[in-house]
Design a binder for this molecule. Structure first.
Ligand SMILES: O=C(O)CCC(=O)C(=O)O
Length: 231
C-alpha cells in the first residue's frame, strides 16, 4: 500500500490521474438512497423556492496526488438535457481541500447571465459539436469575473446553481488525494430538453420529449411540499 502511494505521488512523468464519473447511483443502491432520502431534497427546495424536487443523480471527482489538471470553469447546465432555473448541485469533499489539492472556485453572479458551450472539462476547449459561445478565459482573468475560492472539509457542503461558472485548481500535492461527490436536484420549472452537442455521458430519457416536465423513472420525484420525502 505504502509503495503504491509513493508511486502515484511521484514526478511529472508519473502524474496522478483526474477521474470523474456520473450517475453512479444507477449502479449503487446505497448512493441512490442517500440522494433520495437524506435531507438534501428538502434543502434544495428551500434554496430554490420549489414545491417539488426530482433527483438528478450524482457525480464523483477523484484528483489523485499530482493530478495537476484543473477542472476548467464551466456551467453544469450545458451538460444536462434539461432547461430551467431550478437546478442545483451539492458538492461534498471526502477530505480537506485547499489551494494545493483542488479547491473549488465560483464566479459570483454568473448564474444570472447567459449559457455558454460545454468544454472538455480539463481544458477550455469547447466540446466537439457543441453550439453557441465559448465561456471566456476565466482561469486567465479571475479578477475580472469576481471568482471566489472556498477551502472545504469533510462535512461541508457547497451548493451552486446550474448556471454558475465554477472550476477547481489542480492537485499539486505529491501525497494528498482529493475526492468529492455531488448530488443534483431539479425543481418546478425544469423541462426536458435534448441539447445538441452535449457530452454523451449525460443520460437522456427515452420517455420524455422537449418541453415535458422532468419527472420520470431516471429522474424521480423525491420530495413535495405537501408530502415531504416520498421514499
Ligand atoms: O470537483 C471538481 O473539481 C468539479 C466539480 C464540478 O464541476 C461540479 O460539481 O459540477
Amino acid at each position: 500500500m505504502k509503495e503504491k502511494e509513493e508511486k502515484v505521488g511521484q514526478s511529472a512523468d508519473q502524474q496522478g490521474k483526474f477521474k470523474a464519473g456520473s450517475f453512479n447511483c444507477y449502479n449503487y443502491p446505497s448512493l441512490n438512497q442517500l440522494g433520495q432520502q437524506a435531507p438534501f431534497g428538502q434543502i434544495a427546495a428551500a434554496l430554490m423556492g420549489s414545491t417539488r424536487i426530482c433527483f438528478y443523480g450524482d457525480q464523483l471527482f477523484w484528483k489523485q496526488p499530482n493530478s495537476r489538471q484543473r477542472t476548467a470553469f464551466h456551467q453544469d447546465a450545458t451538460y444536462f438535457h434539461h432547461e430551467g432555473d431550478q437546478c442545483c448541485t451539492f458538492w461534498m469533499p471526502m477530505e480537506k481541500v485547499d489551494q494545493e489539492n483542488g479547491m473549488m472556485g465560483y464566479a459570483r453572479g454568473s448564474h444570472l447571465g447567459d449559457l455558454y458551450k460545454p468544454n472538455l472539462f480539463v481544458s477550455q476547449a469547447s466540446f466537439p459539436g457543441s453550439q453557441g459561445k465559448a465561456l471566456p478565459d476565466v482561469e486567465g482573468h479571475e479578477e475580472d469575473f469576481d471568482v471566489v475560492y472556498y477551502p472545504a472539509e469533510p462535512g461541508d457542503i457547497i451548493v451552486h446553481h446550474v448556471k454558475t461558472w465554477h472550476g477547481s485548481t489542480g492537485n499539486t500535492s505529491p501525497t494528498r488525494q482529493r475526492r468529492a461527490m455531488t448530488l443534483r436536484y431539479l425543481g418546478d420549472d425544469i423541462r426536458y430538453l435534448e441539447r445538441q452537442g452535449t457530452p454523451p455521458d449525460s443520460p437522456k430519457s427515452a420517455q420524455l420529449h422537449d418541453g415535458d416536465p422532468i419527472e420520470c423513472a431516471e429522474f424521480p420525484l423525491i420530495w413535495t411540499r405537501e408530502q415531504g420525502f416520498l421514499a
